[in-house]
Design a protein around this ligand. Structure first.
Ligand code: SN0
Length: 313
């Protein structure tokens, strides 16, 4: 694997799943893979799980790990041919090439602007790092995708599913702030390659980018979506159409015990961080059917499998 920024092919996903399951059984068996190798993680936005699980994954592989909060560093220029007499101090050509001198793998977290859809969906930041870095690049959530999260989500569904092809529902839920579409985009991208029956539900005006949603079944009737579901994956996102806008904060979309009762005793999932009693009621997230902590645990094994592969090539 040259870099990890989107969902790979189905065969590749199945191989990665098998690797992650083996790593989870005996994480220390892979210690030689990263010896004398350095992992550099650059965070242009906040992180708790991604940072700690990816650091731990690197350490489990015997790597040296350096994480940096890059949000208050030199402002980076991305435009080709820019005359840099404004507020950008360093071009990505230098930044990516220089970090490559210190790293065997570079991880990048960079959220979307939610202002300029074209730039965000062109993945300006992570694409530039892939282009100008001389080592593999690992997405720690980019403008339009969060592949390490989705890989851990698929691993979690594999572990908890009780039927061959479970019904997996991605449900929009309210939130006070405008959030990226990265997690739902990626979730749909990975689930469509997985062996699941995917249903997406959201209010009017919240459809995801056609490039991601493809032919997935979508309904604006949340109750209909929940019927017989085996997994409820809750997530807020801002509008794709009216790019970055909050069109609804309707509390009727909150995940409640009453709605969970429509499901087939579905497991509740969320990538975290989660706004309790806005996205999901305490009664649901504190119930035995909530598997968000096991899901967060799987972030380590997903990251370790991906790093192992990036090092191998
Ligand atoms: C991010 C998102 O993409 O939705 C990261 C999720 C892994 N979530 C947030 O920014 C939540 C912030 C908040 O204020 O609740």
């Amino acid at each position: 694997m040259k870099s990890f920024i989107a969902a790979p092919e189905v065969s590749e996903i199945n191989r990665l799943l098998a690797l992650a399951k083996n790593i989870k059984k005996s994480p220390q068996d892979y210690r030689q893979a990263g010896i004398h190798k350095t992992l550099v993680l650059l965070f242009f936005n906040p992180s708790l799980r991604t940072r700690l699980s990816t650091e731990k994954a690197g350490l489990n592989l015997g790597m040296q790990v350096i994480s940096m909060n890059a949000d208050n560093g030199w402002k980076i220029e991305f435009e080709e041919g820019a005359i840099m007499n404004g507020d950008t101090a360093e071009h990505v050509k230098e930044a990516a090439a220089v970090v490559s001198q210190y790293a065997s793998v570079i991880g990048i977290r960079s959220f979307p602007t939610l202002m300029n859809r074209e730039k965000d969906y062109q993945e300006e930041v992570i694409s530039a790092f892939v282009k100008y870095a001389t080592v593999p690049v690992l997405s720690l959530e980019s403008a339009t995708r969060h592949p390490l999260q989705s890989f851990a989500d698929l691993l979690t569904i594999e572990e908890f599913k009780q039927k061959d092809k479970p019904k997996v529902v991605l449900s929009w839920a309210p939130h006070p702030r405008a959030l990226p579409q990265a997690v739902p985009n990626s979730f749909v991208e990975w689930m469509r390659r997985g062996h699941v029956n995917l249903v997406v539900t959201h209010p009017e005006g919240y459809h995801l980018s056609p490039e991601f949603i493809g032919d997935a079944y979508v309904t604006t009737n949340q109750k209909e979506a929940f019927e017989g579901a085996d997994f409820i994956y809750a997530k807020n996102w801002s509008s794709f159409d009216q790019y970055g806008a909050i069109l609804s904060k309707d509390p009727n979309w909150t995940i409640t015990a009453e709605k969970m009762a429509l499901t087939s005793q579905a497991k509740f999932m969320h990538c975290l961080p989660v706004r309790r009693n806005v996205v999901v009621a305490d009664e649901v997230i504190d119930s035995p059917n909530a598997i968000h902590i096991a899901q967060a645990n799987n972030r380590t094994w997903a990251a370790q499998a991906v790093l192992y592969d990036l090092l191998k090539d």
